[in-house]
Write a protein that binds this ligand. Sequence first.
Ligand SMILES: Nc1ncnc2c1ncn2[C@@H]1O[C@H](COP(=O)(O)OP(=O)(O)OP(=O)(O)O)[C@@H](O)[C@H]1O
Ligand SMILES: [Mg+2]
Length: 329
Amino acid sequence: MTRETSLFSGRPSELIGRQIAGYRIEQEIGRGGMAVVYRARDLRLERTVALKLLAPELARNDTFRRRFTHESRAAAAIDHPHIVPVFEAGETDGVLYIAMRYVPGSDLRHVLDREGPLPPATAVRVAAQVASALDAAHEHGLVHRDVKPGNILVARGTDSDHPEHVYLTDFGLTKKSLSLTGFTTVGQFVGTLDYVAPEQISGKPVDARCDVYGFACVVYEVLAGHPPFQRDDDMALLWAHQYDDPPPLTASRPDIAPQADPVLAKALAKSPDDRYPSCLTFMAALRAATTGEAVSVRRATSAEERAPGGPEPARQPPRWAEPVFVQRN
Ligand SMILES: Nc1ncnc2c1ncn2[C@@H]1O[C@H](COP(=O)(O)OP(=O)(O)OP(=O)(O)O)[C@@H](O)[C@H]1O
Ligand SMILES: [Mg+2]
């Protein structure tokens, strides 16, 4: 067994207590298809970090490697309250690693598995934080490419007005665009295809609007309790992303205003040109559709025009929701 293999694929407990690139591994947090994430101690700065060790096969893929170097540098340069700060990215013993802020809490995948669909107000509150992170990244010329619930970390918020603080993580770390365009070996783990944009599937160049699509799939799932397309096999799922209309959200959530349906449909448009130009414009439309805010603003304006000094138009009461934050064990 080579050293690089033992670093990544050895039993997790074998790495506990070991030192890797100046970090002492303390505990496994979780693993996805291409990485293991540990809680670790940065021995130089004496702080706790999340240390992500990527599968050695990725270090051998030149396309991935180039993107890893470029995008982890770019992500490290972004200072945004809803993007997990990257402290360092590098390579040791043939393994690519990323040290980043340790976010105590849960990820949105676990939250959805545990809670099911979220109340609209909670969903919008959580999604708006992700939207601001994505738009900020896009302004820096970064495309995430793998927006999905597992890459959205949910920590405790600051107060009752902000019950949860949401972070986006894993910029540019997806294998999807590599494998879907034929760069990886058949049978390798690609990850979930629930959030992949049509242009990613067809191998066209992707831009920020592929993240609008992936983000819209996440928002759809947060509200509906399932992603927009559910098929028995991957080929059928890829076909659906490219050619099928998503079922209206209100088919699963009749309690949500029907105005939300065209908003989701536009965010999930097959052609990037037909989508919202940014995640925050999508969120603004969704918020207006689900809370009626924009409608009441418009009504207030016309009411004032007709009857200046008249009684204030009725406002919708605020909709409070239970926070989704739950501490990870
Ligand atoms: N900075 C962090 N702080 C705390 N936990 C984290 C951090 N980054 C990732 N995690 C957790 O580590 C686990 C594994 O993450 P990882 O990114 O490897 O997998 P994934 O995103 O679920 O799947 P995939 O392999 O498809 O990317 C997840 O449960 C995630 O919540
Ligand atoms: Mg991840």
